[in-house]
Design a protein around this ligand. Structure first.
Ligand code: ADP
Ligand code: MG
Length: 653
């Protein structure tokens, strides 16, 4: 780590120690910073509690620390400390539980103001990091050059970057902190907006192609569809058609809830490409899903006399053949993972790329899609609604179409939350479903530190059920090879298995309409988005379906999640609930969307700012497309750097 890097070790929060309150004035029910001397200290090894009494000579405060062993030697009697935390009554005593603390040496004055709390790394103690930063930030921050031209800094009413860096660590007041954060969030947004827009400018050199959505293959296909498109599908298809016909390179995000029928729209688009004489590729996030979607697409497309290739890692000789056929153009349609867009796969004339349930497909990867002299159309499909501005920021220019509603005749999935004491009810429903010839999923969470014990849990569950139930039970988990997974899924799809016990690898896309019951073990371990995706695996046919959440939730938050799942089946509604329950910060966290990558900015909470900054970026590039002007030089380097390094770089990849 260089000193410069240290500047971007952002404080996670600040502790307000602006005012130190004399012990005589401390009352129960509020938060205080106090100063005192440790009078007594007693460690209870069994409960790992450290109890100390702090006094100012006259008044006393009782303090408890959890996991206090490591504090024992720091907080010996006679030590001067500053403590900061909530004060409550216990009996007649005033107590503080697990406060923030700072040990003072003999004559040391307590630090006051807003004290930064850093994420702890390795062995470094909080106090040590604070000292290092206190030393380093004031020396380095003033040397940081401001990449944003002064005129813009002024017109936007921003702090200088130096001042912002200084105040994000050591703000004299809350207002100073807010201004500092505003400036730094502005910077993050400006950087990515400029990066994306610049990458996009590079795309413009490519021509697009047009597809033929009313060609013979499409028409024949639509005529033989076993169902009518839903109103939502028809609307989305109309939007999509207009883009497919246009010559301009298409980038379209198709949003539609789990089960809304996105795949068939993709099939229509792929046929439009074939009718125009092009090839089409369908990309899934995992090999398992690629395999599964291949089965689905084949079933739809082969009756039209079209071969669909599957490109995976587990049959090298087959892969070689498919690559040859793609480059010669004899194979028009192919399904696979991201490997499809790697340079090792050459297409004869790739006209359309469909990306299913994959959020981490940024502008960079799009660049890989460029063909000899033209740019294929791009259709990204997702069940997780992404705020429009954010989508624009990540994907560059992007149109959005939405499938509203679900196909007719869908029964809402009856969802129940059962405690472990009521677990039998869930399995009783499984038993009845199996008796009717239907199938069930049992999902086990990844809960343990090492995958092996998860596996043991899932395996034990499967074994146990096999012994008592007489069901034909399959097991899929992350440690099976792709081939093994496929085999189990295949058996399940062919109804050779009644119950599939699975870890979360079945989360997205798996489509077995005969499966009508889902049991989610330890459901409180899953996030809402994940639960919704999981539940979407059932209720895909016309038979009524049910989902059981087995959980004895320990926290209010977990309880709210269970309640939300029982109450709502609509993905949008659940996303809203999720916002309420967890706050925006985590929704777009790495695990959820892979869209994070911001250091300080919260792309949801700061959305209005993002929208504004995007306009600022557009404006800048309108006037100086290559950022070639003298006072844009720093800015240009700073943006280029973002494209190649760090979190932002990853975001773009
Ligand atoms: P998702 O949007 O989650 O990818 P799918 O495309 O897998 O949803 O569709 C879910 C199920 O609904 C599939 O079995 C599909 O064949 C079926 N389906 C799609 N469109 C319709 C429709 N218009 N009417 C009836 N069933 C449909
Ligand atoms: Mg799908």
């Amino acid at each position: 780590m260089t000193q410069g890097d240290l500047l971007s070790l952002w404080p996670r929060r600040h502790v307000d120690r602006t005012i130190i309150t004399p012990l005589s004035r401390v009352r129960a029910g509020a938060e205080y910073s106090i100063i005192g001397v440790v009078e007594r200290a007693q460690y209870d090894p069994k409960r790992q509690l450290l109890r100390i009494t702090v006094t100012d000579g006259l008044y006393e405060l009782f303090v408890t620390f959890f996991h206090g062993r490591w504090l024992v030697h720091q907080l010996q009697p006679g030590t001067r400390v500053v403590l900061q935390g909530q004060v409550e009554y216990r009996g007649a005593r005033l107590v503080m539980t697990h406060p923030n603390h700072q040990v003072l040496t003999a004559n040391e004055e307590p630090e006051t103001g807003l004290i930064p709390i850093y994420p702890l790394a390795g062995d470094l103690k909080q106090r040590k990091i604070q000292q290092i930063m206190k030393d380093i930030v004031p020396r380095l921050a003033p040397q940081v050059a401001d990449p944003i031209p002064t005129a813009l800094v002024t017109s936007e009413g921003l702090l200088s970057r130096s001042e912002a860096l200084l105040h994000i660590h050591h703000p004299p007041t809350q207002e100073a902190f807010d201004s500092a954060r505003r400036r730094l969030v502005f910077d993050e947004f400006l950087r990515i907006s400029l990066a994306v827009l610049r990458l996009h400018q590079a795309d413009r050199q490519y021509e697009g192609v047009s597809q033929e959505p009313e060609g013979p293959k499409s028409r024949e296909f639509v005529a033989h569809l076993p169902f009518d498109l839903t109103v939502g599908q028809q609307r989305a298809w109309d939007v999509l058609k207009a883009h497919l016909v246009a010559k301009r390179p298409m980038s379209l995000l198709l949003q539609g809830d789990v089960g809304s029928g996105k795949t068939i729209i993709a099939v229509l688009a792929m046929l439009a490409a074939v009718d125009a004489g092009h090839q089409a590729a369908f990309m899934a996030p995992t090999e398992l899903l690629a395999e599964q979607q291949w089965q689905v697409l084949r079933a739809w497309l082969e009756p039209s006399g079209l071969r669909v290739g599957l490109l995976t890692g587990h049959d090298p000789s087959e892969a070689t053949r498919i690559r040859q056929d793609l480059s010669s153009g004899t194979l028009k349609l192919v399904v696979g993972t991201q490997a499809l867009v790697s340079p090792s796969v050459q297409f004869h004339q790739l006209g359309l790329v469909v990306i299913d349930e994959q959020h981490r497909f940024g502008v960079r990867q799009r660049a890989h899609l460029a063909q000899k002299g033209f740019f294929p159309d791009l259709l990204v499909m997702t069940a997780t609604p992404i705020p429009r501005t954010l989508a624009l920021t990540i994907y560059g220019d992007l149109d959005i179409a939405e499938i509203e509603g679900l196909p007719q005749g869908r029964q809402p999935i009856a969802t129940r939350h059962l405690s472990y004491a009521q677990r039998r009810e869930a399995y009783e429903t499984v038993r009845q479903a199996v008796r009717r010839g239907e199938q069930a999923y049992v999902v086990c969470p990844l809960v343990h530190e090492n995958e092996e014990s998860d596996l043991t849990a899932a395996t034990a569950l499967a074994e146990g059920m096999r012994q008592v139930s007489g069901w034909r039970i399959g097991l899929v988990h992350g440690q099976l090879s792709a081939k093994e997974k496929t085999e189990v899924m295949e058996q399940y799809r062919n109804r050779q298995l009644d119950v599939l016990v699975a870890t979360t690898i079945i989360e997205v896309g798996v489509d077995v309409p005969n499966a009508t019951v889902m049991v989610i073990e330890e459901a409180d371990r899953f996030g809402l988005a994940q639960l919704h995706q999981l539940r979407g695996r059932v209720g895909r046919g016309t038979k009524p379906a049910s989902c059981f959440l087995l959980a004895d939730p320990k926290t209010d938050e977990a309880k709210s999640r269970m309640e939300a799942m029982v109450k709502w089946t609509d993905g949008l509604k659940l996303a809203e609930e999720d916002l309420k329950i967890r706050g925006p910060g985590q929704i777009l966290g790495r695990q959820q969307h892979g869209l994070s990558g911001f250091e300080l900015a919260d792309p949801v909470a700061d959305l209005a700012m993002l929208e504004h900054v995007r306009e600022v970026a557009r404006d800048l590039l309108r006037r100086d497309p290559d950022l070639a002007e003298a006072d844009h030089e720093l800015l240009r380097h700073w943006v280029d750097e973002a494209m190649h390094h760090g979190e932002l770089g990853q975001l773009l990849h």
